[in-house]
Design a protein around this ligand. Structure first.
Ligand SMILES: CC(C)(COP(=O)(O)OP(=O)(O)OC[C@H]1O[C@@H](n2cnc3c(N)ncnc32)[C@H](O)[C@@H]1OP(=O)(O)O)[C@@H](O)C(=O)NCCC(=O)NCCS
Length: 157
């Protein structure tokens, strides 16, 4: 999956034996680390919960982040459950374009009429980003996290 035009060129690439080590070495600022599970945890989780799809985020030929999403069989809802951009690559538009790429993929899937995302209440940057991408706040808290919802009108597909 990839995007182009005036936005930064960002590609989502599978986790492989080649990029696994650099992916788990990606870092956040210390005050961001509580906002998202480590990449090694997420990749391990996706092995035992194989409905989670994991991708490295590449930009300009460099590995810059990680994202995990999928259809949770427990509730039948598509969740984007992890997103991180390495501290050295933040604020360049990569997180936004990676999200747009994931949303375009999920929007096109049969049976995906709603996408949910959750984050820590104090993570104001995540909220601003997600609301700018069409997520709305139904005033739902799950496991202490704010849940935002993006409805996909069936007429659009
Ligand atoms: C949230 C995160 C993924 C954003 O990635 P990014 O590549 O830096 O974001 P972008 O450059 O694409 O910016 C997208 C928007 O996010 C918001 N944002 C991101 N970082 C911000 C910051 N430091 N201050 C203010 N707004 C910020 C802004 O709304 C920004 O839009 P703008 O540039 O038009 O102002 C990144 O900061 C991150 O990895 N944070 C730690 C982990 C996390 O919180 N993940 C999300 C919850 S699971």
């Amino acid at each position: 999956m990839s995007t182009s035009n005036e936005e930064p060129a960002v590609a989502l690439v599978p986790i492989t034996a080649t990029n696994f080590r650099p992916v788990i070495a990606l870092e956040l600022e210390p005050d961001q680390r509580s906002f998202v599970a480590t990449n090694v945890y997420s990749i391990a989780q996706s092995k035992v919960e194989p409905w989670w799809e994991t991708f490295a985020i590449e930009a300009g030929g460099e590995l810059v982040g990680f994202v995990m999403f999928g259809l949770d069989p427990d509730d039948g809802i598509h969740w984007i459950c992890r997103l991180m951009i390495d501290k050295n690559f933040q604020r360049r538009g990569y997180g936004r374009v990676a999200m747009q790429t994931v949303l375009a993929d999920l929007d096109s899937r049969n049976g995906c009429d709603e996408i949910r995302i959750s984050f820590a209440p104090e993570n104001h940057n995540a909220r601003t980003l997600y609301e700018s991408l069409g997520f709305e706040d139904p005033d739902l808290i799950i496991d202490g996290e704010v849940v935002l919802v993006r409805q996909i009108p069936s007429l659009d597909r």
